[in-house]
Design a protein around this ligand. Structure first.
Ligand SMILES: Cc1cc2nc3c(=O)[nH]c(=O)nc-3n(C[C@H](O)[C@H](O)[C@H](O)COP(=O)(O)O)c2cc1C
Length: 191
């Protein structure tokens, strides 16, 4: 079985996004089990159903990258107690046009960081409802990361032992889910 490839979607288009840095740290933490790369969403135009019949090239690229992934890791902040608009825009493009839902059947893991103690909990809850509705197979559990000054070290790794171990546990279970779902998918495409 080929080494699994995970597409990472970061729910922030901010230049110095802490969630992008966390995503990069998670990619390194999971590197013994899967390859991972961040999929760009900040160049996607605002969703407009009028363009579904002739998708903009950025959208085609985005849907191809998600479609080719064995799993999707979403690392997102919370905006106004919900999913940031830039992420919801990408999700809507991924879901359309009807019959070409890029998310269906993909194993997914949702996490995110914000300064608050319950940081990203509501955004993640809303996101779970959306992604489950779109047919993603989401990893169970709740991975909320509170943004503290030592979250990341100078090398961009997760600095605190307890947080690193907490997230490593999720990544191990996510890698297991991705690998288990990769096998039937490979068998179906060979048939
Ligand atoms: C429009 C807006 C709304 C926000 N709403 C929330 C919120 O509901 N809950 C929260 O914990 N933080 C909220 N924040 C603070 C973000 O968690 C913080 O800006 C964080 O750094 C964003 O992540 P990023 O660095 O990856 O962009 C909000 C920030 C912005 C700009």
């Amino acid at each position: 079985m080929a080494r699994p490839h995970v597409s990472i979607v970061v729910g922030s288009n901010r230049r110095d996004s802490i969630n992008r840095k966390l995503a990069q740290a998670l990619a390194k933490l999971g590197a013994d089990k899967f390859d991972a790369g961040i999929v760009r969403i900040d160049d996607l135009p605002m969703f407009n159903q009028d363009n579904e019949g002739n998708l903009p090239p950025e959208v085609v690229r985005f849907k191809n990258e998600i479609g080719a992934a064995d799993g999707v890791l979403i690392v997102t902040p919370e905006h106004d107690r919900s999913v940031p608009a830039v992420l919801k825009n990408a999700i809507d493009w991924g879901a359309r046009p009807y019959g070409k839902n890029s998310w269906a059947g993909k194993p997914g893991f949702i996490t995110g960081a914000s300064p608050g103690a319950i940081g990203t909990a509501l955004a993640q809850q809303h996101l779970r409802a959306v992604m489950t509705g779109l047919g993603m197979i989401l990893l169970g559990g709740e991975a909320y990361v509170t943004l503290k000054p030592n979250l990341l070290d100078d090398q961009g790794n997760i600095g605190e032992d307890s947080t690193r171990q907490f997230l490593q546990g999720f990544l191990d279970r996510f890698a297991d889910l991705v690998t288990r779902l990769q096998e039937p998918r490979a068998a179906r495409s060979a048939a």
